[in-house]
Design a protein around this ligand. Structure first.
Ligand code: HEC
Length: 125
């Protein structure tokens, strides 16, 4: 009796989880879904740069290490986007050093957001 009830509950839970996958508002139903629509520099790109890149590429860090690759602020990031190096670096393409240097590759959704933002012309939004 209890066993059967448990099975029924599990079955319903599985069904609910399964149908949730095909739900229209993906992000609501599945917080892990990657939605790149509406990607903006301030909301999605800047925080990643701050968390994963500024340790070496803030203006202060760039000056300190004498390398001068600062990604702090839109006007500093833009040239590295336009010359293709930023996307190449974070996607670990052979045409640029793999970034973040010495750290794990950015997750796929973050990479998809960068691509979407660059594809939209990398606006200062
Ligand atoms: C631990 C330090 C460190 C971190 C963190 C880091 N970088 Fe770098 N980055 C470097 C160094 C050092 C270079 C110069 C590499 C070279 O010329 O070999 C570099 C170079 C670059 C370049 C220039 C590539 C080229 O072709 O010259 C880009 C673009 C770049 N990084 C982007 C990023 C981005 C975006 C992040 C964050 C996702 C990041 N880096 C995180 C150290 C770092």
């Amino acid at each position: 009796m209890h066993y059967k009830a448990l099975l029924t509950t599990l079955g319903l839970a599985a069904l609910a989880a399964f149908s949730a996958c095909s739900y229209d508002k993906e992000e609501l139903a599945n917080p892990n879904a990657c939605n790149t629509a509406g990607t903006t520099y301030r909301q999605h790109i800047l925080p990643v740069l701050q968390n994963s890149c500024y340790s070496c590429h803030s203006s202060a860090a760039a000056a300190q290490h004498g390398r001068n690759i600062s990604l702090e602020g839109y006007s500093q990031v833009q040239p590295w986007v336009l010359n293709g190096k930023l996307l190449a670096a974070i996607n670990h393409a052979p045409t640029a050093p793999a970034m973040p240097q010495g750290g794990p590759k950015l997750d796929n959704c973050t990479l998809a957001r960068f691509s979407a933002w660059v594809g939209a012309g990398a606006p200062d939004n």
